[in-house]
Design a protein around this ligand. Structure first.
Ligand code: 3EB
Length: 347
């Protein structure tokens, strides 16, 4: 039995997966149209799900261990051992008097609260962050909202003495049509091992043409719950170096994003401690700016990635010229035996 468990894309959450005696749901995400009231931290991602017959799909993290839960400064969190999952939603209307754009102020405040919680919990390592905001490509006060978000995020990292390069969390930053700033995160005691993509400049080194402050995320992170290794691949798009390639061409962007995913998986396999990660065995979330692109994207991805583990979400990508973005994850056991990385394997 693994310590941390994950199910993705389930339409109906079967409570039988979690042991009634000792098990506990840490948290998760609900994608689609329906809202729900659950008593664990759940990120609501209100979006159309192309290709899905279900109107709502859930991702759930659960442990076979007792949990503690709390709500601190608007962060709903649950913790088992040294793994913590949390969700914070902030209404931008509450930041209208901040003296800077509301999304910037809300982003800084959300990240400051997250770092304060992790301090109090003595869990210093932010592993993976899921960021969602309304109207991500809209411009206010002469600056795109994603770029305003990047200012707030970086200000919080600096104020909380977090490193802004190198060992930073894996992440995604995605636009929805409406709703609050919503940030979910997974954190632990052991630092993540950051993975970069040799085909791309690290995002924290993007030049100023992409905004006054760089985004802060790694291309992927290897993280270590007890006895386990998780690979989180950040949102991955049609970017080579720092430039968007194949503007206006969904097939070209999809193939380039796939090439980037494969490059990140190879890099992760150089650094991982468990078995090699296989692209067709990962779990994927694919964001499509236009639902109409779904058949083209599916036809490009499924031969390499398989069909089963992909959830498609209609959402905006953080550069106006990007049409598709792919994120992925996989969990391996660190137990020796069949799953252990073979010493003779080429690095
Ligand atoms: C990119 O490579 C695409 O700002 O947290 C991907 C993953 C992207 C995370 C973030 C942004 C973020 O720049 C965009």
């Amino acid at each position: 039995m693994s310590f941390l468990n994950f199910v993705s894309g389930v339409a109906q959450l079967s409570h039988s997966v979690v042991s009634r005696e000792t098990g506990c749901i840490l948290g998760g995400a609900r994608l689609g149209s329906e809202n729900s009231a659950v008593n664990w931290p759940q990120q609501h991602i209100s979006a159309h799900l192309p290709g899905s017959t279900a109107s709502t799909l859930c991702d759930v993290w659960w442990v076979d261990a007792p949990c503690r839960s709390g709500c601190d400064e608007g962060i709903a969190w649950r913790r088992a051992g040294d793994v913590l999952y949390g969700v914070i939603e902030l209404d931008e209307a509450d930041f209208s008097a901040a003296g800077c754009p509301a999304i910037q102020a809300a982003s800084e405040e959300a990240y400051r609260r997250i770092f304060r919680l992790l301090d109090a919990q003595k869990l210093p390592a932010l592993w993976r962050v899921w960021n969602y905001l309304a109207g991500i490509n809209e411009e206010t006060a002469g600056l795109e909202r994603y770029r305003q978000f990047n200012i707030g995020r970086q200000d919080a990292f600096l104020a909380c003495r977090q490193g802004t390069t190198g060992n930073v969390p894996a992440a995604c930053a995605i636009g929805l049509s409406a709703g609050p700033l919503s940030i979910a995160f997974l954190a632990g005691a052991v630092p993540a091992v950051a993975v970069e993509n040799p085909r791309q400049i690290s995002a924290y080194h993007y030049p100023a043409e992409y905004g006054p402050r760089s985004p802060i995320f790694s291309r992927a992170a290897l993280v270590y719950p007890p006895g386990q290794e998780i690979l989180f691949i950040s949102g991955t798009a049609s970017i080579v170096g720092h430039q968007t390639v194949h503007p206006g061409d969904i097939a070209g962007q999809c193939s380039e994003s796939l090439a980037n995913i494969l490059a990140v998986v190879s890099e992760a396999n150089r650094l991982c401690r468990s078995a090699r990660f296989m692209p067709d065995a990962l779990i994927y979330r694919v964001y499509l700016r236009h639902a109409a692109d779904y058949p083209v994207v599916r036809n490009i991805l499924s031969p390499t990635l398989g069909d089963a583990g992909i959830v498609y979400v209609e959402a905006d990508i953080c550069r106006a010229d990007l049409l598709v973005e792919i994120e992925a994850m996989a969990m391996h056991s660190l137990e020796s035996g069949a799953s252990a990385k073979h010493p003779a394997e080429p690095l």
